[in-house]
Ligand binder design. Structure first.
Ligand code: ADE
Length: 224
């Protein structure tokens, strides 16, 4: 898979891909992530990428021309399955969208900034608009990092058995059951005995019950 991210702040997006699981996925060649600085596609000495909004009002808007140039240049090189715009008014990200996108070959992610992008960009280029939650970030960069992480960890070969995505919270619309590690007793707090029993059918049954109980208690909306 290949992910191209268009941003005015590439430096904000570097470090998530330089550590741990995402770094290893890139090193293994399972995914490549390319950051594109929108300013490289602007014209004039000031590298202008944003301007005041027509009709008045506070906040700058990212202009269509540099975005058009950047997207068109990328599209000349390859076909994209999706051009995703990160925005608080997009469809809320969930596991099912991450699963769906993890099956794609090439995706482009556009990060908004300030008041967002000229509507004509959304009308012309964007195939999907995604929000990571009902709150407003100062730009789409951190949201793009969240989306990329959710997708990349699902790619075959990225996680090993111990970290397998199959048992994640949400993968079956349930929260994950509680987990424990050594020591089996700490300051009087004990690990549930079934987990130490070696009886794997019983352990599996316990985990399912706990996942259901936790979901019912904390996220009953998932069971509807
Ligand atoms: N840009 C600003 N806020 C955002 C959010 N909540 N989700 C996605 N992109 C954003």
């Amino acid at each position: 898979m290949r992910i191209d991210i268009i941003t005015v702040l590439p430096e904000l997006l570097k470090s998530p891909f330089e550590a741990s699981i995402l770094k290893r996925a890139i090193e293994k060649g399972l995914v490549s992530v390319h950051l594109h600085n929108l300013r490289d596609y602007s014209k004039g000495n000031y590298n202008q990428v944003d301007d005041y909004q027509f009709g008045g009002g506070a906040g700058m808007v990212l202009m269509i021309e540099p975005i058009d140039k950047c997207i068109t240049a990328l599209q000349k090189e390859r076909e994209y399955d999706e051009i995703i715009y990160m925005t608080p008014d997009g469809i809320p990200l969930n596991q099912s969208t991450a699963n769906h996108l993890s099956l794609k070959g090439n995706i482009m992610i556009l990060c908004g900034h300030y008041k967002g992008v000229d509507q004509r960009v959304r009308d012309t280029f964007v195939t999907r608009e995604i929000s990571i939650g009902d709150y407003v970030l100062s730009g789409g960069e951190l949201a793009a990092a969240v989306l990329s992480d959710a997708i990349i960890r699902l790619l075959p070969g990225v996680l090993n058995d111990e970290t397998s995505a199959l048992t994640d919270t949400f993968q079956d619309n349930l929260l994950a059951p509680p987990v424990y590690t050594r020591p089996s007793e700490y300051k009087g707090m004990e690990v549930p005995h079934v987990l130490l029993s070696g009886n794997f059918p019983e352990i599996e049954k316990w985990r399912e019950e706990q996942a259901f109980k936790r979901t019912k208690q904390l996220r009953p909306d998932l069971l509807e």
